[in-house]
Design a protein around this ligand. Structure first.
Ligand code: SF4
Ligand code: SF4
Length: 342
């Protein structure tokens, strides 16, 4: 990938959430890491300390006037510098979990049962967090699919999509997960996911065109087939996950707001910096939990200022990280809608 088009405007650094929160000494920023670092030294190991703090939020690419794909360049550097002996403890745990469970996280307790069908028109790919850490997202999505009358199933023997391993630079392990999953995907026409990270991963590495559940509800089901109960006059604010709003596309944000507008008794309030990263991505929660928590606190501070009763987030990773702040007002988007869906 060429980074020669950089005009040194500094826009990427000014907009980078990690630079804004942690300062340039802690995280030297996208231009230094992706453009200057590899150019001025063939030895990229000196970037290791900083480069794993990037949340892969893709904000820098969005603002770059030369449209340099800085996050992708950062992922390529992580791939080049991947060394099992130099992993951070949290990253080592992810790799060990994949080796033991074929999941990025250790399963906790009993996961909810899969729906009977393992084939169908629609394949629901739950992802590790929805299935094993926040099973209410799994249950809410299954219930949503049942309520809209979808012919759906969950592939038997699915494993982690591999997105967390791509973020660590461990492409060999990632490829082995992709192979395992592809063997389970036969017999389905449409693939839907709960997690924007899974959606992006399936699109980039599986040769399929998955839909996030929000896209499925808007495009395939349609607003005219959805009917919601009165929400009880509550106010919500809407967090825009990076891997949904930027990686999948802005249209998904329009769909999400259109879905919320269908709910009677619901007011959507403006959230300042709604598309600013919450810290949940890029392997930062596992590698640098304090950095991820600082970003989550910033997001929850915007939420407090909004005056809303609930903060809706259509991403399991965002929900998990935002909940670390200790505010119980965070709700996963589809789970919230399902409770009101008739
Ligand atoms: S992807 Fe996000 S966190 Fe990473 S360098 Fe770019 S703006 Fe910063
Ligand atoms: S925003 Fe793009 S052009 Fe500007 S400094 Fe960053 S990489 Fe270079």
């Amino acid at each position: 990938m060429t980074t020669d088009r950089c005009i040194k405007c500094g826009g990427c650094e000014q907009s980078c959430p990690v630079v804004c929160i942690e300062g340039i000494q802690s995280f030297s920023g996208p231009r230094t890491l992706a453009v200057d670092g590899p150019r001025f030294s063939a030895e990229i190991d000196h970037l290791r300390d900083h480069i794993m703090k990037c949340t892969t939020c893709w904000k820098c690419e969005e603002v770059c006037p030369s449209r340099i794909d800085l996050p992708q360049a950062i992922l390529e550097i992580r791939k080049l510098m991947f060394d099992p002996l130099k992993m951070l403890p949290g990253h080592r745990r992810i790799v060990e979990n994949v080796d033991r469970f074929r999941m990025s996280i250790e399963p906790e307790g009993e996961a909810p049962p899969a729906p009977a069908g393992e084939k169908g028109e629609v394949m629901y790919f739950p992802g590790c967090i929805s299935r094993e850490r926040i099973p209410s997202i799994y249950r809410g999505t299954v219930s949503t699919l049942e309520k809209v009358g979808a012919d759906f199933g969950v592939p038997k023997g699915w494993v982690c999509c591999g997105a967390p391993l791509e973020k660590l630079g461990d492409r060999d392990r990632m490829d082995s997960l992709v192979e395992d999953n592809l063997r389970t995907f036969d017999g389905f026409e449409t693939i839907i996911t709960s997690c924007p990270g899974c959606t992006t991963q399936l699109f980039n590495h599986y040769g399929v065109e998955p839909l996030h559940t929000i896209e499925y509800l808007y495009e395939s089901v349609g607003l005219n087939r959805l009917s919601f109960r009165h929400a009880g006059d509550i106010k919500v604010a809407f967090h825009q996950p990076c891997h949904l709003s930027r990686t999948i596309g802005r249209h998904s944000m329009d769909y999400a707001l259109a879905l919320l507008q269908e709910v009677p008794g619901l007011e959507v309030l403006e959230l300042e910096n709604a598309d600013m990263c919450c810290g949940g991505g890029g392997g930062v929660v596992a590698g640098y939990p304090d950095v991820a928590l600082d970003l989550a606190k910033e997001k929850m501070s915007s939420f407090s200022d909004s005056g809303a009763d609930l903060l809706l987030a259509p991403c399991p990773f965002c929900v998990l990280n935002l909940e670390r702040v200790g505010n119980s007002s965070v709700k996963e988007f589809v789970t919230f809608l399902e409770a009101l869906l008739e």
